[in-house]
Design a protein around this ligand. Structure first.
Ligand code: ZN
Length: 239
């Protein structure tokens, strides 16, 4: 991130004096999601803004989405969706990473908390995004719990934001605290979502765009992504 955009970020957040001491010029952003596609649908515009500003982004998926293709074996489906995730990450200039769970069969216990924390710790993140925990999908809830536990165990060393995806069907009762104007990034976000071609993007992208347009109305712009910021985090680090 160059000094100009960094200054804008910090001044815009009103925390220049605090954040200038601890925030590196180039942020490491990690967006976690229960499946390939979740980070792109919930945060694709925000990721594009980060990477365009010179920050590094990783999309960390809980699994390979192995059960998301009715006519394919889990192995073939996982391979197909891994390729789709790589395409989506290329569009957003992000790096894809996967943890080891089977789609729909997450485990949240002492062992997996520790394994996941090590995975996240290796990324050395400044900012992490994850699912809002009240969600109808067990993989989304599991990811949210794993991230929150890692945040605690890593001494709250990164800013933590929750995002919304497939509101009503997945995310429930989401009341945002923060917004990012993604109007100028909508085309790239759409391309990243449509990279998940096996997952009916023509249906789900238009549903999610209803949400970003509504958040845009709240924010006062064309389209916005909305977040809940953990108030005990390290400061506002949205682009
Ligand atoms: Zn999902």
């Amino acid at each position: 991130m160059n000094s100009f955009s960094r200054r804008n970020l910090l001044v815009g957040a009103g925390l220049a004096a605090v954040a200038a001491q601890a925030t590196p010029d180039r942020l490491k952003v990690v967006v976690t999601g229960g499946h390939p596609g979740d980070p792109e649908y919930g945060c694709g515009g925000t990721v594009a803004r980060y990477t365009d500003a010179g920050h590094a982004a990783t999309l960390l998926y809980l699994n390979h989405g192995q059960k998301g293709c009715p006519s394919k074996s889990p192995e073939d489906c996982g391979e197909l969706r891994t390729g789709e995730a790589k395409k989506a990450c290329d569009i957003l200039n992000a790096v894809p990473k996967f943890s080891v769970f089977m789609d729909g069969e997450p485990t949240v216990d002492g062992k997996t908390y520790d394994e996941f924390r090590k995975l996240l710790d290796d990324e050395k993140p400044n900012v992490v995004f994850t699912h809002w925990p009240i969600d109808n999908h067990r993989d989304h809830r599991a990811m949210s719990m794993l991230v929150y536990d890692a945040w605690l165990k890593m001494n709250r060393s990164f800013a933590l934001y929750y995002y919304e995806v497939s509101d009503g069907e997945d995310t429930q009762m989401f009341v945002p605290t923060d917004y990012v104007d993604i109007t100028g990034m909508a085309a790239r976000k759409k391309a990243a979502c449509f990279a998940h071609a096996s997952q009916a993007p023509e249906k789900f992208y238009s549903l999610q765009q209803q949400v970003t347009r509504f958040r845009g109305l709240e924010r006062g712009c064309g389209e916005a992504e909305a977040f809940i910021r953990l108030t005990k985090d390290t400061g506002h680090l949205l682009p």
